[in-house]
Design a protein around this ligand. Sequence first.
Ligand code: PMP
Length: 311
Amino acid sequence: MDVSLDSIAYHEGDYRPMHSCHINIACHSFQYGTMVIGGIRGYYNQEQDEMYLFRVDQHVKRLLNSARIMQMKPSLSQEKIEKIICELAKRNQIRKNTYFRPCIYKSDLKLSPRLHDVNDSFSLYMIPLEDYLDTKRGLKVGISTWRRVEENMIPARVKSSGGYINSALAKSEAILNGYDEAIFLDARGMVSEGSAENIFIVRDNCLITPPPASGVLEGITRRTILELASDLKLAVLERDVARAELYISDEIFLCGTGAQIAWVQEVDRRPIGNGNIGEITSQLQGMYNEIITGKNEFYSKWLTPIYSSHS
Ligand code: PMP
């Protein structure tokens, strides 16, 4: 997951090599975590020699919504940001699975943690990325001792760099305790999400996920799964999930742009279901993998091809 300093990035209004993209140490976002970020995947389909961006419009929309909450005034429109992402992919001539990281950050060299009266800038870079979590084997997850940031502390729906300290605390605790990933409870003690993924459980053939008000990032993959489930006529509920419900779920999976659909084998050392990937998880995972790589025409509306586009 290392950044290649030779790749082309977009910084201060220009496409340029990563090694020439710098920010000042007094930059507001560097000092106070006042940056909002996106995370978009591009999937390379070798047979078609095509690169597909997955739901780039939704990702840019969420980035701009995060910016609004942070009282930013980005000079670039949604359309322009999408164009820059496509252009960057083209300029790098990437032919492998890739992760794009657009950022809007408070760029003035100003002291004092505040949102108003600080200018912002846009940057974008990309890295090659295959699996972020191992989606082939089951994950062993543990409930974090860290609670998810509360709506009135750092709203989780803002994908902010500062907010990721919460995720980093939980992720490291989980890994150092021998788990693959952490599950947060929210301030009330209800299940929230993973450190960088939303969570779904299956009980009696019903797909259940915590609601946005339980401190979750409004995940694009989460929304995609809700839409797929509705198309498949699966029973779905967005409702509070209690910790002990995880232990007796038939299936559990985590989902996110990085994680994709990753199934959970154990929670707090308790096996989930029969210890294998569940039927509904397996069906959704198979479908998702086809869609993102351009092998399912019905959902090609969610893909932006890079090389065959004429813009
Ligand atoms: N929750 C958190 C905390 C995340 O960092 C992510 C990854 N962006 C997600 C959920 C999943 O969101 P998405 O499906 O939009 O990637």
